[in-house]
Design a protein. Structure first.
Length: 77
């Protein structure tokens, strides 16, 4: 799996996820909203941990500036 998220993107997602989890754990939100935010927080943590975002891949977005993660054009022999 290739990375398609840059360092800043991953850090922002992590901070937002921690904030959402804080709201849930302090019971600032509850019920269905807490469940939805919990699922969102888990998704944000997972994408920030792996550096890969499936919607970015589908839309052709890359915030990663790493050259080793760039797709190289196929050469014909």
């Amino acid at each position: 799996m290739k990375h398609n998220m840059g360092k800043a993107d991953r850090i922002i997602r992590f901070i937002v996820a921690v904030g959402l989890l804080y709201l849930i754990l302090t019971k600032a939100v509850s019920g269905v909203l807490a469940m939805v935010l919990g699922i969102l927080a888990i998704m944000l943590l997972a994408t920030s941990a792996f550096g890969y975002c499936p919607p970015y891949s589908m839309l052709g977005i890359k915030t990663c500036k790493c050259e080793d993660h760039e797709e190289k054009p196929a050469t014909s022999s």
